[in-house]
Design a protein around this ligand. Structure first.
Ligand SMILES: [Zn+2]
Ligand SMILES: [Zn+2]
Length: 140
């Protein structure tokens, strides 16, 4: 493991701290309503890891079932949105890029659910945009 690939992060109040054992294998912007309403922000930026690559150093997330299969982890003290997981994919864990000590270290590669992107938000990047999930057809 290269030291440069380890990432440190945590919530606003510091009750939750984590360390990753590798760089994420993927990262994306999500504009869906579930992410908007669970975070209180107009979008989330997520990064994906194998479950065993994430080590909780301090505290643990409290999980909210935002749908049958989705669990959104937040800090019970400060409310920070920290994690996301899908029950059908137990080997993976997704963390919020914003919770990194240095969020500049992980850049998202594509946008999903741009149908819900707020109209006044201009994002001039060249990332691929998906109106719904990534498995949905792309509208040019
Ligand atoms: Zn906290
Ligand atoms: Zn979302």
């Amino acid at each position: 493991m290269k030291t440069s690939e380890m990432l440190l992060g945590g919530c606003l109040c510091g009750a939750i701290r984590y360390q990753t054992q590798a760089a994420p294998f993927d990262a994306d912007y999500c504009h869906c309503r579930q992410c908007q309403l669970s975070s209180g922000a107009v979008m989330m930026v997520w990064m994906d890891f194998k479950r065993q690559q994430v080590k909780w150093l301090n505290g643990h997330v409290t999980e909210f079932a935002s749908s049958d299969k989705i669990r959104r982890g937040f800090c019970q003290q400060c409310g920070c949105s920290v994690s996301y997981r899908h029950l059908d994919y137990p080997d993976y864990l997704t963390l919020s890029v914003a919770t990194l000590d240095n969020p500049n270290l992980v850049a998202p590669k594509y946008h999903i659910f741009t149908d819900n992107q707020v109209s006044w938000l201009t994002l001039e990047d060249n990332c691929q945009r998906y109106p719904q999930s990534r498995s949905s057809p792309i509208v040019a």
